[in-house]
Design a protein around this ligand. Structure first.
Ligand code: 5GP
Ligand code: ZN
Length: 112
């Protein structure tokens, strides 16, 4: 289920443009609009939920599926030497979009 007032759901529905690098029936990966690294992608499941703790069985399966798919997607998009995954959860983490997403950061050695 997608939401009507969520930026990432609108991107999934094509109502907001994005630079897509991978898409299938379960997930979409697109370039972050404000990259924090040479390569900065966002992986989102095609189901709206805000936080890991809100994921039902389907949502948990989608997180698992994304983690399974990300290595090849990262490698094909300039992260041959490694990458970092970040999932911000809530206000203290600075989460700004409340549709669970996995940041994929890489392209050169990252400062910790
Ligand atoms: P958060 O801080 O919630 O973990 O990350 C949200 C990310 O979404 C940020 O890195 C921000 O730059 C990105 N973002 C916000 N709005 C848009 C948008 O409309 N398009 C794209 N491609 N990225 C967005
Ligand atoms: Zn959403």
């Amino acid at each position: 289920m997608l939401s009507n007032d969520c930026i990432f759901c609108k991107i999934i529905k094509g109502e907001i443009p994005s630079t897509k690098v991978y898409e299938d029936d379960k997930m979409l990966v697109f370039k972050d609009i404000e990259p924090k690294a040479r390569v900065h992608l966002l992986a989102v499941a095609k189901t709206h939920f805000k936080l890991l703790e809100e994921a039902n069985a389907e949502g948990r399966g989608l997180v698992d599926y994304m983690l399974f798919k990300i290595p090849e997607i990262a490698r094909q998009n300039g992260c041959e030497n490694g990458y970092r995954l970040i999932i911000n959860q809530g206000a203290d983490a600075g989460q700004t979009v409340f549709h669970l997403h996995i940041h994929i950061l890489g392209g050169k050695e990252l400062p910790w």
